[in-house]
Ligand binder design. Structure first.
Ligand SMILES: NC(=O)c1ccc[n+]([C@@H]2O[C@H](COP(=O)([O-])OP(=O)(O)OC[C@H]3O[C@@H](n4cnc5c(N)ncnc54)[C@H](OP(=O)(O)O)[C@@H]3O)[C@@H](O)[C@H]2O)c1
Length: 242
């Protein structure tokens, strides 16, 4: 049966202190969920935790597998949903690629997803969910996009395997295009406003995708118990335009 709300359910958001994760935390709280949110920066995390009335907050770095395992071990015996945001991308032309950095990012996104799934499987109740976030870079090659493309191509495959192997926990992916968040502002620097104007002028939706747009799909993936092994694009039609 599909649930109509998240009342009485515990939602864990890895990277819940900003952007897509914080927007999802707000919407999950409005839908009645108890929240456990994480981030690396303690101050930002406490601010977000207070704002959404989180049950608990924890500083966890996805780049630290021991800390990730320790975090899951410390969770309540039964949780309902886990959303993993956080773990930023790396962009570099192949000729300049720093292979150590590339390996670190791929380990965090790919094996990291499996580590989290394994840790979740012991705690997420039947029909609960794990949602991973990636990008749409695998759909169109471009200079500097190879590592982001590998991650974007692999994460849906990883989620589909999790959905089969670790059922009845469900596993899904959101593939986002440009989202108007602090991460995008950081990555684009002084090109941020120009890029947003360009997207408003060219995207089929005639506006920029915001974190609440992605969060709404994340909530849908938590509550719709028919969906598993799926990847949902949220990009305002960005990949359809030249
Ligand atoms: N924004 C976009 O256009 C876009 C597009 C496609 C995919 N995505 C992906 O969506 C996810 C969320 O992006 P966003 O735009 O919402 O970013 P954001 O606003 O920077 O928020 C990222 C959240 O994750 C936490 N975080 C970052 N790195 C982490 C790490 N290594 N370990 C643990 N927590 C970490 C951040 O807190 P701390 O910094 O304090 O740790 C913050 O709470 C990212 O994986 C991003 O690659 C974003």
């Amino acid at each position: 049966m599909n649930e109509t709300s998240l009342a009485g359910q515990t939602v864990v958001i890895i990277g819940g202190s900003s952007g897509i994760g914080l927007a999802t935390a707000r919407q999950a709280r409005s839908a009645g969920a108890e929240l456990i949110i994480t981030g690396r920066n303690k101050e930002r995390l406490e601010r977000a935790g207070n704002e959404v009335g989180a049950l608990t907050t924890a500083t966890v770095d996805l780049a630290d597998p021991v800390a990730v395992d320790g975090f899951f071990t410390g969770l309540p015996a039964r949780i309902d949903h886990v959303l993993v945001t956080g773990g930023g991308p790396t962009y570099s032309p192949i000729v300049d690629l720093d292979f150590d950095e590339a390996l670190r990012v791929l380990d965090e996104h790919l094996l990291g997803a499996l580590r989290i799934a394994r840790a979740c499987a012991a705690r997420v109740r039947a029909g609960g969910s794990l949602t991973l976030i990636t990008g749409t870079h695998a759909r169109r090659p471009g200079v500097g996009l190879s590592i982001a493309a590998i991650a974007a191509a692999a994460v849906p495959v990883i989620a589909a395997n999790i959905a089969v192997e670790l059922a009845p926990m469900r596993a899904n992916v959101i593939a986002a295009g440009f989202v108007d968040t602090a991460l995008s502002a950081r990555l684009l620097g002084d090109q941020f406003d120009r890029r947003r104007d360009e997207l408003r002028a060219t995207l089929p939706i005639h506006r920029v995708v915001g974190p609440d747009d992605v969060a709404a799909v994340a909530i849908q993936l938590m509550t719709n118990t028919a969906v598993t092994g799926a990847t949902y694009d949220v990009d305002g039609g960005q990949q359809l335009i030249p």
